[in-house]
Design a protein around this ligand. Structure first.
Ligand code: SAH
Length: 363
């Protein structure tokens, strides 16, 4: 047995497949064919991989595994969005969301089980953090979605559970597989990594990848952002903004997408809009205003539609491309910030919360 110690072929990119082919006495191109069988054709039975030498197939069967996250639950939304709950080999659960929009099909992919970042308005944060996903568990979400849809998605957003830049290597390898010609062949501009702003990792990303960048900004000044996105205390706007500018520097027509959740009475005034315009001055930008999606236990409320409209108009007048992101899948808790798996928190956040002495006469 010892299956868990075997190499999971889903963890390997093109170079990895070539290397394993050579290690097993086959040729590099056999490794490339193996990659195609698994990702392009969705075949996981080595017997069906008829252009691979028999001896190679035998060793693959004996010494490797193809360990896919399993769809245990599929929940369609009234607006066409579908949420898949996937179970990993250790029983942890993550969520992947499919968002159809005309010709476009977008998959929202998770990068961690839970999240350690503790953003004030996000329900994944409330679950705490358990562990990073492996490359196989990340690309496995795309594998499953491709089989469900009958074709690869046109777009992938790394906007599911977790902070992708906190799981750097696994995420970069998985994104390479998304754009790989022998695998999913998704255009680099249609793979978007969203981050809350881990600046050193963002600078490293520029060295190894050129996927599209989205940044969870949510506030135009440090005092407010410190509260909403606590990682800002470590990497404040003076560090984050130049790193974002540098990420797209030299790439024509590239823009940074700034995500900005609209919280009633918190960050949604005209003064905030003006500060945001100043902050983004000179950076090719697109702003996505996200109406806040509520979840149980939150005190935040979404801004009223007319305030969102006024905020958007203000940015547009300043020459910034701004859209209000359509809320999708909120009837099935699949909208931004509503994804929660079955996470065993290892960050001890819940423990800390339970130890806070209660004030007043609450139950
Ligand atoms: N950790 C990464 C990836 C998550 S992307 C990041 O922070 O960018 C998910 C997006 O939804 C982020 O912009 C996040 O800030 C936003 N979001 C989180 N909770 C939300 C909520 N309740 N309503 C609307 N958007 C939310």
């Amino acid at each position: 047995m010892g299956g868990a110690n075997r190499t999971n072929l889903l963890d390997l990119d093109r170079q990895g497949m070539e290397a394993i082919a050579v290690a097993f006495g086959a040729k590099p191109f056999h490794g490339r064919n193996l990659l195609k069988w698994i990702h392009k054709h969705g075949v996981t039975d080595f017997e069906q991989m008829t252009d691979l030498p028999k001896a190679f197939r035998q060793r693959l069967a004996e010494e490797t595994r193809i360990d896919l996250p399993e769809i245990v639950f599929e929940q369609p939304s009234l607006d066409g969005t579908t949420k898949w709950v996937l179970e990993l080999h250790d029983g942890q659960r993550i969520e992947t969301v499919y968002i159809p929009d005309g010709d476009r099909s977008t998959i929202c992919v998770s990068s961690q089980v839970g999240c350690a970042l503790d953003c004030a308005f996000c329900s994944t944060a409330q679950q705490g953090f358990n562990r990073n996903l492996t490359t196989g568990e990340i690309i496995g979400q795309v594998w499953q979605a491709t089989r469900e849809l009958g074709r690869p998605p046109t777009n992938v957003v790394m906007m599911g559970m977790g902070e992708p830049l906190a799981n750097f290597d696994a995420v970069v390898t998985a994104m390479n597989l998304m754009t790989e010609d022998l695998a999913y062949m998704i255009s680099k501009t249609r793979v978007t990594l969203s981050t809350s702003g881990i600046v050193p990792a963002l600078r490293r990303l520029k060295e190894v990848s050129d996927v599209s960048l989205a940044v969870s900004l949510h506030a135009p000044d440090n005092a407010l952002r410190d509260r909403l996105v606590p990682i800002n205390r470590k990497y404040p706007l003076e560090a984050l903004i130049p790193a974002c500018r540098d990420y797209i520097a030299g790439e024509k027509r590239r823009k940074v997408t700034w995500e900005y959740v609209m919280l009633d009475g918190v960050n949604d005034s005209i003064a905030h809009a003006k500060a945001l315009i100043r902050l983004l001055q000179g950076i090719p930008s697109k702003v996505n205003l996200i109406p806040f999606n509520p979840f149980p236990g939150t005190d935040y409320r979404t801004s009223p539609p007319d305030r969102i409209d006024a905020f958007r108009e203000r940015l547009i007048r300043a020459g910034i491309i701004t859209i209000t992101r359509k809320t999708r899948g909120d009837d099935i808790d699949a909208a931004c910030g509503q994804l929660v798996g079955r996470v065993r928190d290892r960050s001890r956040r819940q423990l800390r919360a339970a130890q806070v002495p209660s004030s007043g006469g609450g139950a």
